[in-house]
Design a protein around this ligand. Structure first.
Ligand SMILES: NC(=O)c1ccc[n+]([C@@H]2O[C@H](COP(=O)([O-])OP(=O)(O)OC[C@H]3O[C@@H](n4cnc5c(N)ncnc54)[C@H](O)[C@@H]3O)[C@@H](O)[C@H]2O)c1
Length: 421
């Protein structure tokens, strides 16, 4: 294939070297004369292990060119890859001026009578919606109705890390290809041929958002590790040993567990122990801003779920809440997010019934009893049995756990809060 790469910075140079190494013909475009001169001479303008050698090989094998201008380079091209910078603006948003500029250049240079569309793959990190709201309109303004037949817009995030960029290019953790239809792109699949990694063919916005989620998660991990490390230091605990124990748990700690958007956290342990760690951290001066934000974030999520489930409910509507305890088949109400939800529903004037067969208010004891009556004083009057739950008519049934599967509810409207992100 002939691949034209726009932007010869860290991402673009590595892509140029690796794509040429895979046997494709590469043209690099960048307004910087120094970068173009370097690439055209088979040298890397950036320091990145392996890139220099690959560029030099590609040049001697006749598979590498560079230019400051687009000229006619797109005429025979199969794919254009955009790797221009998206630096932070003063308000934190990405500065999209280079993206807009390069999109305009491509739209003006691409011939409207092409035999097959040019695949334009964006690798720069940019806000979800950028292709739909900024880039596609630029192509439509220039190519009019022909735009969809002349260019295929793709978002293909890059997961390389500087210093190991070449290794990461050929062994990425995943390949994400976002297209407007959500279907595979033939040209992009061909470009990634021979690279062994899970491939996700998704919509453009999901692909655009991937990098934000990944990078923010990595930042959360680093900040969390450092906060734990600071607390360890203050308490004279070996942070190294704590880390060793932590990462050895690939069941609950370093795993997909607890990462799916859905229910808030709750129960007798998590909120209590997070609050206690917050206290220890503040007591010892460890300043754990991330850990300190967890309870507030969880409360915000509970409120979000409440507003989501009640959005279309009319005043005084009848609501059945299926599952009140923290987990199905238990009667542990302590810090159960469903208790908060029931209280919010009652406070807002809805007529609430609760189905949870494991709960017997007269059998609640100790802290569980105190929690139940402090947070839901009318608990005795809210509970209904299976026959009532199945026979009564409700405006909305809210499911908080798998208990709902034990009820025959016909075609009643059921909202599952564990599925509300
Ligand atoms: N650096 C990384 O490790 C990394 C990893 C993944 C994703 N990204 C993302 O990739 C994008 C590029 O990152 P980078 O570090 O390579 O940036 P960079 O600043 O090193 O390079 C950007 C290049 O784009 C060029 N450019 C600007 N306008 C142009 C135009 N109209 N035509 C052609 N070239 C133009 C600039 O001259 C510059 O050489 C960013 O959005 C970044 O967030 C970076």
């Amino acid at each position: 294939m002939k691949v034209v790469i726009f932007g010869l910075g860290y991402v673009g140079c590595t892509a140029a070297a690796c794509i040429a190494k895979s046997g494709h013909h590469v043209v690099g475009i960048d307004p910087s004369p120094e970068k173009v001169e370097a690439i055209a001479a088979g040298r890397s303008p950036i320091s990145e292990p392996g890139v220099d050698e690959m560029l030099s090989d590609a040049l001697s094998e006749g598979r590498l060119e560079a230019s400051r201008l687009v000229d006619s380079h797109l005429n025979e091209a199969d794919v254009a890859i955009v790797c221009v910078g998206t630096p932070s603006g003063p308000d934190g948003a990405h500065n999209m001026s280079y993206i807009a500029q390069v999109s305009r250049q491509i739209a003006e240079a691409v011939k409207p009578d092409r035999a097959k569309p040019l695949t334009v793959a964006f690798r720069s990190t940019m806000r979800p919606g950028s292709i739909d709201q900024i880039i596609a309109p630029i192509f439509r303004a220039s190519l009019k109705d022909a735009a969809a037949d002349v260019v295929e817009l793709v978002y293909n995030p890059e997961f390389l890390r500087e210093a190991t960029a070449v290794e990461d290019y050929f062994n990425p953790p995943k390949i994400v290809i976002g297209t407007q239809s959500g279907k595979p792109s033939e040209a992009m699949d061909q470009l990634h041929e021979g690279i062994d990694a899970p491939v996700f063919h998704v919509g453009i916005r999901e692909a655009e958002f991937t990098k934000f989620v990944d990078n923010t998660w990595h930042a959360v991990k680093v900040a969390f590790a450092n906060e734990v490390g600071r607390v360890c230091q203050q308490l004279d605990i070996s942070a190294r040993q704590v880390h060793e124990i932590f990462v050895s748990d690939t069941k609950l700690n370093i795993s997909a567990y607890y990462t799916r958007p859905g229910g808030a956290f709750g129960g007798s342990c998590l909120p209590k122990d997070v609050r206690a760690l917050q206290h220890i951290a503040s007591d010892t001066g460890a300043n754990t801003h991330l850990i300190d934000s967890l309870i507030r974030s969880n409360e915000a999520h509970k409120h979000h779920q409440f507003t989501k489930v009640t959005r279309d409910l009319s005043a005084g509507a009848r609501v059945l809440l299926v599952g009140l305890a923290f987990k199905a088949d238990t009667d542990d109400l302590r810090e159960s997010p469903a208790v908060d939800l029931a209280r919010k529903l009652l406070d807002s004037g809805y007529k609430v019934s609760v189905y949870d067969p494991a709960l017997r208010p007269e059998k609640l004891v100790g802290q569980n009893l105190g929690y139940a009556y402090a947070h839901l004083p009318s608990i005795d009057t809210l509970l209904v049995d299976k026959a009532t739950a199945e026979s009564e008519t409700y405006d909305l049934i809210i499911s908080t756990n798998r208990l709902v599967k034990t009820l025959s509810l016909g075609d009643a409207k059921v909202v599952d809060v564990s599925a509300i992100p």
